[in-house]
Design a protein around this ligand. Structure first.
Ligand SMILES: [Zn+2]
Ligand SMILES: [Zn+2]
Ligand SMILES: [Zn+2]
Length: 172
């Protein structure tokens, strides 16, 4: 199984103690190539780990995201999605997230161009705030092709649209 157990090696010294939920969730996400919600993870793991409740899963996911082992994506529906952070360069990607339907698009084709800008920004931020930057998440929020055509959009998206228009106009 590619990727599986790799994380053990990678993260071995990162935590003082590996609890069952941490191991089980990381193992599960490292084998999945999808962006999963806490509820989906719970549904997949509850049979093998009957003692692991949804609250524990939420808490563990937050912790793993904070430690940089997984990426947390915040969607318009209020339900975050989680994804294993691969160490392999070819798997590194950023996200386009549709705030209407929750569709997530992975992209990696413009990363080199973006990286130049990101590096420059990171250097300046590090200096100004005396902050050592280790990683980044980049996500763009918007509307997918289907939702952009749809006439029934939610209030939230309506607001995002308005704000984006203002931003464009202010930049002129
Ligand atoms: Zn990146
Ligand atoms: Zn959509
Ligand atoms: Zn992704």
């Amino acid at each position: 199984m590619p990727g599986s157990h790799n994380w053990r090696h990678r993260f071995k010294g990162h935590v003082s103690r590996w609890t069952v939920p941490r191991e089980a969730i990381l193992e599960f996400l490292s084998k999945s190539s999808k962006h999963m919600s806490a509820k989906e993870i719970y549904a997949s793991l509850c049979k093998s780990y009957p003692g692991m409740g949804l609250t524990t899963i939420y808490r563990t996911l937050e912790l793993l995201a904070r430690m940089g082992f997984i990426t947390k994506l915040t969607l318009g529906d209020g339900q975050s999605r989680y994804e294993f952070k691969s160490s392999e360069k070819e798997k590194h990607h950023h996200h386009l997230i549709c705030t209407e339907c929750g569709k997530i698009i992975n992209y990696s084709e413009f990363l080199d161009e973006e990286l130049k800008l990101v590096r420059k920004t990171e250097e300046k931020l590090a200096k100004k705030y005396d902050f050592k930057i280790l990683d980044h998440n980049i996500e763009f929020l918007g509307l997918c092709k289907k939702c952009n055509k749809s006439k029934n959009i939610t209030k939230r998206t309506e607001e995002l649209k308005k704000k984006s228009k203002e931003r464009v106009e202010n930049a002129k």
